[in-house]
Design a protein around this ligand. Sequence first.
Ligand code: ZN
Length: 193
Amino acid sequence: MTFDDGPHPSHTMSILEDLEKYDGHATFFVLGSRVQHYPEVLQKMLQQGNEIGNHSWDHPQLTRLSKNKIEDQIEKTQDAVEKATGIEPNLVRPPYGAINNNVREYMEDMKVALWDVDPEDWKERNEKKIVNKVMGKAKDGRIILMHDIYQTSAQAAGKIIKQLHDQGYQLVTISELEKVKKDRELSGITISE
Ligand code: ZN
């Protein structure tokens, strides 16, 4: 699972508690402008084995910005996360998934991480609908996109984490997923659709 647009002092914390309870990890794509206010939430993410990615400073569509402004959005966020945790992200998720050559050029040494399953939880704001949408599409190896700034999303995430765990899924970060995929490739295991 991945969570965008946070951190949020209570909703992100509630998701972290559920992840811990069911032994899962997630990747959190944070906004630099929020990171500065809640460094302790980021510290908890890392303490539990989760991963932090860069989601820009304040969520502009990067493809509409000049190169200097793109650099600003990414670099300021890298600095804010490093200040809060001592670690710089190596994953980035551009807002709206919007990417072009200017954006890509600036992210040369960072990995761009998009998603497979999008329940549109920012629009839906209905716990049950979000849970059903995600559970209907969740499969081995798929990346789920949610947002940790809404109460309905945090409540839905709690249910999803429990249900996926009960079905035998192991919830991992994007970097852990990449590693699992590589290991499976090496040993000739393929994921059936
Ligand atoms: Zn976003």
